[in-house]
Design a protein around this ligand. Structure first.
Ligand code: NOJ
Length: 536
């Protein structure tokens, strides 16, 4: 196994915040978010206490997959501003104590990228995966003078870059080895792209579809080898830079070289069960292939934290000392927390858990005020993936204030990237900022508690006392956390002792019993006696 340079120390205390640039803040009044808009709202992020921001792809693109179809990796999309404005955002963020990570779309380009248009006219070019004759399963007919067809990586408009195949197959003679010229050129290109943006001062990358690079790769062995090679290069060329993978299997991706992997709605042997078993309540974005499940954060109380705990134990054992696992509240491909039967009153318990668990928290923009997944939107830039899978519902404009268009822009509503929630009681940052009892203030206090309390961070131990309703655990031998995501009151036994409440709503510790009202949560400081707590 390769040994990598240790992760930069800031990562252990990271609280990530994901920004979908189209929808975050529109400084230009054209209805689409931009870099200057984000720069203008860094105060919000610094006030909230997050210390690293991940921006979805912001490069030149025809936007048939919202920017995940890059046609120029070295220049930003004009709709977001200029390369200099991105540089200014990175610098200003740094002054606010916030690092910026970009999205590296490593596995494919747009079919409008000059690499692809050239390849589609040149049968000797191997930057993409071409079958010289006919159209094998999954391939798409060549759009150029080159005969045959190419392999897409996601939509047809996203041709897969050729990183080779892990093994040969006589029935598919077009397969190239990972060390062929095309794959080597593509690996070199990834280094150049990373180098370009790291020189601008970004802190690293979230890597799109990181597990997809080498094809027919059992156990992802060759894909892992590729990332290990890139990490070795990064460790020398840019020792402070970090790589977060969209992979969903930390026990494979972190040993391969990623500093952080996400628990996602898909990925790994259980196809995303760790995350879905917490949040996915059958509404919002639903993949027809997912088995129905009762998630833990559901008023019905039919779920369990056990699938998450099993995945977490496995991942944390495999990554300890070498990398981290991140748990997002949501992302641009998945329902927001506030979705379906989960209403605003249920969100504090979810944040109390997410911000006190050792996974690195990632807050999806707008979740800090409880923005709701918007049903029934039209397809926008490739948002629809299936009959019940419209990602647009999680991509609506950040609800800054209550003026026309919720302050997103002065553009007429029909020019907005996506409509703003028209509900009169929609949450807004402005309203919540002036209300100390709001979700926004609560999330801020939790972020602060986490970042100022080492026991609550990624390095602190976790001892589970009750894996059910309520979910009860002790962090760092000292901080007791209780969450009851269901509607009904519930209780469990507890080795009593004195406990100082830090953030509590509807939880009582009394005479050897923990009682938690519906949707209650509590974080208590047990002092040094906490270490003596036993499972009852
Ligand atoms: C994963 C990204 O998160 C998603 O938004 C995108 O559509 C696909 N990868 C393809 O790049």
């Amino acid at each position: 196994m390769t040994s990598f340079r240790p992760a930069p120390s800031w990562l252990a205390d990271a609280v990530f915040y994901q920004i979908y640039p189209q929808s975050y803040a529109d400084s230009g009044g054209d209805g689409i978010g931009d870099f200057n808009g984000i720069t203008g709202h860094l105060d919000h992020l610094a006030w909230l206490g997050v210390n690293a921001v991940w921006l979805n792809p912001c490069f030149v693109s025809p936007f048939r997959d919202a920017g995940y179809d890059v046609s120029d990796y070295l220049n930003v999309a004009p709709r977001y501003g200029s390369n200099d404005e991105l540089g200014k955002l990175v610098d200003e963020a740094g002054r606010h104590g916030i690092r910026v990570l970009l999205d590296l779309v490593a596995g494919h380009t747009s079919d409008e990228h000059p690499w692809f248009t050239a390849s589609a006219d040149d049968p000797d070019d191997h930057r993409y995966i071409w079958a010289p004759e006919g159209r094998p399963d999954g391939f798409v007919p060549s759009p150029g003078s080159r005969p045959g067809s190419y392999l897409p990586n996601f939509f047809d408009s996203q041709p897969a870059l050729n990183f080779g195949y892990a093994r040969e197959n006589p029935a598919e003679p077009w397969r190239q080895s990972v060390d062929a010229e095309g794959p080597r050129a593509n690996r070199e290109a990834l280094r150049s792209v990373m180098d370009h943006w790291l020189r601008l001062g970004v802190a690293g990358f979230r890597v799109d579809m990181a597990s997809s690079l080498v094809k027919d790769d059992p156990g992802r062995r060759e894909t892992s080898r590729l990332w290990s090679e890139l990490r070795d290069w990064l460790d020398t060329a840019h020792p402070g830079a970090v790589l977060l993978s969209e992979w969903g299997e930390p026990e494979v991706s972190v040993p391969a070289g990623f500093h952080v992997d996400f628990f996602l709605q898909f990925g790994g042997p259980t196809d995303g069960l760790a995350m879905r078993s917490l949040w996915s309540n059958g509404e919002g974005t639903v993949d027809e292939n997912w088995d129905p499940l009762d998630c833990f954060f559901d008023p019905s109380g039919r779920g369990s934290p056990r699938p998450f705990l099993d995945a977490w134990r496995q991942a944390s054992t495999a990554t300890r000392g070498s990398g981290f696992v991140s748990l997002p509240t949501a992302n641009h491909d998945f329902s927001r927390l506030n979705c379906g039967p989960r209403t605003a009153e249920q969100l504090p318990a979810a944040f109390a858990f997410q911000l006190t668990w050792p996974t690195l928290p990632a807050i999806y923009y707008g979740d800090e005020i409880g923005m709701r997944y918007a049903d029934g939107l039209p397809d926008k830039e490739g948002s629809v993936l299936g009959p019940r899978y419209n990602r647009a519902g999680s991509r609506t404009p950040m609800q800054w204030d209550d003026t026309e268009n919720a302050g997103f822009s002065t553009a007429p509503a029909d020019q907005l990237y996506l409509p703003v929630d028209p509900a009169p009681d929609r949450p807004t940052v402005a309203a919540q900022r002036s209300d100390e009892t709001s979700l926004l203030h609560f999330v801020r206090r939790l972020v602060r508690l986490r970042t100022t309390t080492p026991e609550l961070g990624s390095d602190g131990s976790v001892e589970v006392l009750h894996a059910g309703y309520p979910f009860v655990y002790v962090r760092g031998g000292r901080y007791l956390v209780v969450v009851n995501p269901q509607r009904n009151e519930t209780s469990c036994a507890y080795a009593s002792g004195s406990a100082r409440p830090l953030e509590v709503s509807g939880v009582e510790l009394d005479g050897g019993t923990i009682t938690a009202r519906g949707f209650g949560y509590g974080i208590f400081d047990l002092g040094h006696q906490g270490a003596a707590l036993r499972r009852e």
